[in-house]
Design a protein around this ligand. Structure first.
Ligand code: AMP
Ligand code: TRP
Length: 338
């Protein structure tokens, strides 16, 4: 429990390290849009996180525009939410250093995403990759954000952010200085799985281009990928319990439900007993109907990088006003000379 009494604020970040896919849309961006009407929102393209693994500089810049354009195309409104690039707000890096001195090695040693990313080759990983979750805590707390819309894979990083906030408040005898940020994970689409393997997360690092539906895919590509999606030979069950042990079927039903606003039970009430020969075309149509227009708008925005750059720079200025103030307060608490 934090004694934080400040306003509710929302922050989230997405890495510019690949194309935006259906998992990012359902797990994160769609929630960004829902939240912008009710809260003060900060949505950040986390380019400093991206360089924890090698990024080609020209590509990094292009991807940063792509993510920002995806936010806009999906309906994030720059008049309601600050859309910006992380490196455009210096306060993130400044607070991250201080948090590096608050977080404990033992906490970072437990981070499963780091272990998954480095595999057996820990010696060759960048130091930045190890301390990645500390920068993430700084992204959130530099705005004293109280709520963080993310997919399920970010749960552990959010726990670390809460631990850092709590330890800072305790060490500097400042109860309620930082809120303990809450992840907003629940809801359909919190964990969208690969179209090629129902047990693996849909991920931009998947080597198979057919594993993901990208927001930039045109309607024909969407239809082709759904048609090729891995399934089993059985018909869909009429009850949710029948999806047990059928990861691919469960994933496709989940995607249909998340996009149409129906529960899995409702989807099965409609399609139970039907084979994938019937369900896949219906799913392809649903995905094309919801994602197709976002792709059209995305292509239009990507053709106008100057416009997107303008949005990012304006957003960075708005965000800096809030973040600089928090960093000034932190420096005061830590004992730095003003
Ligand atoms: P990333 O693509 O890892 O940078 O993630 C950006 C955001 O999308 C984070 O909030 C993730 O939790 C979310 N996300 C990524 N992949 C998925 C997925 N397969 N299903 C649901 N959410 C996801
Ligand atoms: N680690 C997140 C991911 O890979 C991205 C991220 C960086 C983030 N900073 C954040 C998410 C702050 C939420 C809040 O998806």
């Amino acid at each position: 429990m934090s004694d934080y009494k400040g306003p509710e604020r929302v922050l989230s970040g997405i890495q510019p390290s690949g194309g935006m896919h259906l998992g990012n849309y359902l797990g994160a961006i769609r929630k960004f849009v829902e939240l912008q009407d009710r809260h003060d929102c900060f949505y950040c393209v986390v380019d400093m996180h991206a360089i924890t693994v090698w990024q080609d500089p020209a590509k990094l810049r292009e991807q940063t525009f792509h993510i920002a354009a995806s936010f806009l195309a999906a309906g994030v409104d720059p008049k309601k939410a600050a859309i910006f690039h992380q490196s455009g707000v210096r306060a993130h890096a400044e607070l991250a250093w201080i948090f590096n001195c608050v977080a404990r090695l033992g906490w970072l040693d437990r981070m499963t995403q780091f272990k998954d990313k480095v595999g057996k080759d820990k010696e060759r990983a960048s130091v930045g990759l190890y301390t990645y979750p500390v920068l993430q805590a700084a992204d959130i707390l530099v705005y004293k954000a109280t709520h963080v819309p993310v997919g399920e894979d970010q749960k552990q990083h959010l726990e670390l952010s809460r631990d850092i906030a709590g330890k800072f408040n305790h060490d500097f005898d400042a109860p309620g200085f930082f809120p303990l940020p809450e992840p907003l994970i629940k809801g359909p689409g919190a964990r969208v799985m690969s179209l090629r393997d129902g047990t693996a997360k849909m991920s931009k690092s998947d080597p198979s281009a057919n594993a993901c539906v990208y927001l930039s895919d045109d309607r024909d590509t969407i239809a082709r990928k759904i048609k090729k999606a891995k399934t089993d030979p059985d018909a869909l069950p009429s009850e949710v319990a029948g999806l047990e042990g059928r990861a691919e079927a469960a994933n496709l039903v989940g995607i249909y439900g998340a996009l149409s606003g129906k529960s899995d039970a409702d989807v099965l009430a409609e399609f139970g007993g039907q084979g994938f020969g019937v369900f896949k075309p219906a799913l392809a149509e649903m995905v094309a109907e919801k994602i197709g227009p976002i792709g059209d708008e995305l292509r239009r925005l990507e053709a106008d990088p100057d416009y997107v750059r303008g949005i990012l720079c304006e957003g960075a200025q708005t965000a800096s006003v809030v973040a600089d103030k928090v960093v000034d307060e932190v420096k005061q608490a830590v004992g730095f000379v003003a």
